[in-house]
Structures are given as structure tokens and as C-alpha cells.
Design a protein around this ligand. Structure first.
Ligand code: SAM
Length: 234
């Protein structure tokens, strides 16, 4: 039996997410999370995506290129379980996994030869994509499916803004032509902090969205306040 098979990317995602922290844990949780998938030759000619304009959502199969490891893990600690319980890797959607393959259903906003405009993504900038498949509702929706470990979407926490931060976000939204305020709110309301970390009010958290550093803190447990939205340091 053949022991190894080669795969190579058919394209790469240019994403609003420039670092792993604060990316939603699954697709669709932040509809304002947008990006463009750029196909590489020979898939960039148009023929390869012909017909995709009839499709609202696609499956992306991709590589967790920033989490690849030499030695496969059998057990992982899902953040969903607080980070202090181990679970079999195949029972989870952990990024550290054999072959490092991820899969996400994302919305297809627009198709151009060589380019797919996407939203609702949970992908880091530069993510290599191995394949694209149309979402097929009659086959892919499993009405009776259950998962006791992840029965419902994560609980959301309220996000408040310093007035100056909201003004900054609105200005950059206009410059970028992106729903930036919504993106920040949709990502932060899911509370990106690891569950085991108790956030002191003076502790500042930050993440880069597009070309911006967004900083926030937890004035009280279970509540986020956005402090600033400023150009990222280069
Ligand atoms: N929906 C996918 C799946 O189920 O295979 C991904 C789920 S995984 C739990 C989501 C996390 O992967 C994100 O929160 C982000 O931190 C991380 N991530 C996204 N793209 C990545 C990449 N290219 N390399 C490493 N980690 C990545």
C-alpha cells in the first residue's frame, strides 16, 4: 500500500485575519470576516470556477500552515473545553492534527476568473487551499446530527466601545470599504481569550484585523471594551 501522497495548494487566501488570535473558532460565526481566495496557475484561467456563480457557499479544504507539526498528536486540549481537558484529536476540530487539514463552509460572495470573494471565513491570511467544493444543501445538511461536546455556538459576551475607538473604526471602515465595526464586534463577542485565563481589568489584549491593531480589555468578567483601532506597526 502506498504510504504517502503529495498534495499542493490550488490557491491562497488573503484574509482580514493577520494573526491566529481572535479568529472565530468556526466559519459563519463572523459574517463580516471577508477575504479573497486567489487561485494559482493553471486554476486561475476561469475554466476551473465556471459554474460556481450558481453556488452560495463552498467547502474549503485547506492547510493549517501555521500549526503544522512533525509528530502527530493523538490527544489535544480543545479551547472549547476550557483548555484543561484532553480529547482524541479526531473528536475535535483542533488545528494541530495529522496532515494539518482544515475544512470550512464559507459564503461565496463573487466569482471572477482566478478569484473567489469570500465571507464568514475563519482562515488566517496566507492559508493554502487544497480544494474547493460546492456546498450541496440536500446532502450536507444533517438535520438529526448531534455533538454533545459542541452542542451550541459559543456563548456571546457584550462588546462596548470607547467613543474614540468607534470613531477610529468607522474611519478605517470607510478607507478599507469593509464592515470593520461589525467584524470587530462579531469576533470579540465570542471572547477570544483562552477560557482558563482570568482577565484582569488592566490587562490589554490585541489582535490585527486587516492593517489595523485592535486593542481591548475586560472591565468586568464577561464584558469587552474596545479601546483603540490604530494602524498596525510595520
Ligand atoms: N473550520 C475549520 C475546521 O473545522 O477544520 C477550522 C477550525 S479551527 C478550530 C479554527 C482556528 O484555526 C481559528 O480560530 C484560527 O486560530 C486557526 N487557523 C485558521 N487558519 C489557520 C492556519 N492557516 N494555520 C493555523 N491556524 C489557523
Amino acid at each position: 500500500m502506498k504510504q504517502s501522497y503529495g498534495v499542493s495548494p490550488i490557491g491562497f487566501v488573503r484574509s482580514c485575519f493577520k494573526e491566529k488570535f481572535a479568529i472565530p473558532r468556526q466559519p459563519q460565526l463572523a459574517p463580516a470576516a471577508r477575504g479573497v481566495m486567489e487561485l494559482v496557475p493553471p486554476f486561475d484561467q476561469g475554466g476551473a470556477v465556471q459554474g460556481l456563480e450558481q453556488v452560495s457557499h463552498v467547502w474549503l479544504l485547506f492547510l493549517f500552515h501555521e500549526a503544522l507539526e512533525e509528530k502527530p498528536r493523538l490527544k489535544v486540549r480543545p479551547p472549547r473545553l476550557g483548555g484543561n481537558q484532553t480529547m482524541g484529536v479526531f473528536a475535535t476540530r483542533a488545528t494541530h492534527r495529522p496532515n494539518g487539514i482544515g475544512q470550512s463552509v464559507v459564503k461565496l460572495e463573487r466569482v471572477e476568473p482566478g478569484r473567489l470573494w469570500l465571507s464568514g471565513i475563519d482562515l488566517l491570511d496566507g492559508t493554502p487551499v487544497l480544494d474547493i467544493k460546492p456546498y450541496v444543501p440536500y446532502a450536507d445538511i444533517v438535520v438529526e446530527a448531534s455533538n454533545d461536546m459542541a452542542a451550541a455556538a459559543p456563548e456571546l459576551i457584550p462588546v462596548y466601545w470607547d467613543e474614540s475607538a468607534l470613531l477610529q473604526a468607522r474611519q478605517h471602515a470607510l478607507r478599507l470599504s469593509e464592515p470593520l465595526v461589525e467584524l470587530i464586534e462579531q469576533c470579540l463577542t465570542q471572547d477570544p481569550r483562552p477560557a482558563y485565563q482570568v482577565p484582569a481589568p488592566e490587562r490589554r489584549y490585541g489582535a490585527q484585523f486587516w492593517d489595523l491593531d485592535v486593542r481591548w480589555h475586560y472591565p468586568q468578567t464577561g464584558q469587552i471594551r474596545v479601546l483603540e483601532v490604530v494602524p498596525a506597526a510595520v
